[in-house]
Design a protein around this ligand. Structure first.
Ligand code: UTP
Length: 287
């Protein structure tokens, strides 16, 4: 079955990034000059998906505005003959069909995904976390879709992390099928290094079968009093085949301050219009 729909949960409180997230969604923080969530929508488009649902919440109105038309701004850019900027601004509102639904309370990622139930219906769908950006040769979601086409079952995007860091992630337990694919038997949340079954962490990209909705409907609150997607996926492993795929690319957790700073520096250094000046500045710092 073709993957036609993508869901971006973006309703979290962003407490790791306070105080800015008090009024500005972390998904709208710019990496150089583009909001994080736009990079994610561009990845979705480049992966051939036609419909996107963004799960929003209170204080997240600017996300909807960003993907809507900005008539006054467009008029102004037209009058002042700033053609390039005008095209840039128009491009965003024409990108793709964006739908939104509000998660009334941030009850956890599992609950946010459950809010997509009527949008998704009875077909497999993609989930991309609103604060996870992946810089890769082939779009990360496209790599995941290719894996789905091979296995026709849930695919969890992941990467090998340093063994020292396994206790920060949800870690795969299962059997190795190839260098990049594991058959998942279980997921272990933030294990101690000595207890971790692998060093493959689940990171921000998923293709999930609709069975997950039945499971999430009955998933109780877990760690932090939230309905955890990981708990739902663990149960899915008992019912259906679930695979973990280690995608190619550099993943940034833009919802953490250090991840955001790393993304900002790396993306700025890739920009033709900024690289030389920015590099000269960094060199001057003599770090
Ligand atoms: P995070 O755990 O990174 O988001 O969830 P958070 O809860 O906003 O983060 P902190 O820990 O408080 O800083 C990953 C993604 O899931 C969304 C977030 O917006 C983020 O994009 N999310 C999380 C929801 O949509 N709803 C939730 O209830 C929780």
């Amino acid at each position: 079955m073709k993957i036609r729909k993508a869901v971006i949960p973006a309703a979290g409180l962003g407490t790791r990034f306070l105080p800015v997230t008090k009024s500005i969604p972390k998904e709208m923080l710019p990496i150089v000059d583009k909001p994080t969530i736009q990079y994610i929508v561009e990845e979705i488009i480049a992966s051939g998906i036609e419909d996107v649902l963004i799960i929003t919440g209170r204080n997240k109105g600017s996300i909807e505005e960003h993907f809507d038309r900005a008539i006054e701004l467009e008029d102004n850019l037209e009058k002042t003959q700033k053609q390039e900027l005008l095209e840039e601004v128009r491009k965003i509102s024409r990108m793709i069909n964006i739908h939104t639904v509000r998660q009334k309370d941030p009850l956890g990622l599992g609950h946010a995904v459950y809010c997509a139930k009527s949008f998704v219906g009875n077909e497999p769908f993609a989930v991309l976390l609103g604060d996870d950006v992946v810089d890769s040769q082939k779009p990360c979601l496209k790599q995941m879709i290719e894996m789905f086409e091979q296995y026709n079952s849930t695919i969890l995007g992941g990467q090998r992390v340093e063994w020292e860091n396994v206790s920060k992630y949800g870690i795969v337990s299962g059997n190795k099928i190839s260098d990049t694919v594991y058959s998942v038997k279980d997921l272990v949340e933030k294990p101690a290094k000595e207890k971790a079954p692998t060093n493959i962490a689940i990171l921000g990209r998923y293709i999930i079968t609709p069975k997950i909705f039945e499971i999430l409907e009955n998933t109780h609150k877990g760690v932090g009093g939230e309905i955890q997607l990981t708990d739902g996926l663990r149960e899915l492993c008992n019912i259906e085949d679930v695979y973990a795929y280690t995608f190619e690319g550099r993943r940034y957790d833009v919802g953490s301050k250090i991840g955001f700073l790393e993304a900002t520096v790396d993306f700025a250094l890739k920009r033709d219009d900024l690289r030389d000046d920015f590099k000269a500045y960094l060199n001057k710092l003599n770090l």
